[in-house]
Design a protein around this ligand. Sequence first.
Ligand code: PGA
Length: 254
Amino acid sequence: MRRKLVVANWKMHGTISQNKVLFDEFKKRLNSINNVDFVVCVPFPYLYQAQQELSGTNIAWGAQNVAKHAVGAYTGEVSAIMLCDFGSRYVMMGHSERSLAYCETEDNIAEKFVIAKESGLTPILCVGETFQEREAGVMEHVIASQIDAVLSYAGASVFADSVISYEPIWAIGTGFSATPDQAQSMHEFIRGKIAKLDQEASETLRIIYGGSVNPTNAAQLIGMRDIDGGLVGRCSLDAGNFEKICQAASVLVA
Ligand code: PGA
């Protein structure tokens, strides 16, 4: 049975003092929920603070991006080993707010996935289609291509114990989430795609949903058969909202 996973994506928000307040609230509010995994993905400079604040709690931490190279002359990049140095256990890659704005290719993202995995981190591969792609009915094709980049680079077994976050681009930060049926259908497609190649990997792969998850829609979304949790942006900046989403996940497995 896959454990539910709720990831807070703080994006480019926070300061040391604001983070301190949120970390304290998260610790207090999530302390007694022990049937769900929690992760906070912070901006790089706050990994040290996350490590100081969250060590010994039931909340893991990680980053929102990683370099595709292990080490070298790559100005401005942050390697997987550096993330591990600060106790990170998870790292996101391929989020549309990065891949679109910084022209990241699918291959680039696949390389990040693999280096994260090789470094002992749990990769969170973000995939998603635009509104136009959904309207044109090619969303499965788009998602398949994003996953194929990793498959052709590292095979299906790399997805064992990994995370894919399905994030329709039209749902991120818009207040309009996918419906539970739309999300379930894509999650089923993704799991089926991996299962055809590696049944075992598909069973331990957690596929979470991201895109306007809030306290009102969380239970319905995370309650779907192939939805193993949520990646939460805006509502993770409010401890009360985030707690409600986490509670919804917890009640579903209780
Ligand atoms: P949102 O962000 O919850 O603000 O829509 C989701 C995401 O970062 O994917």
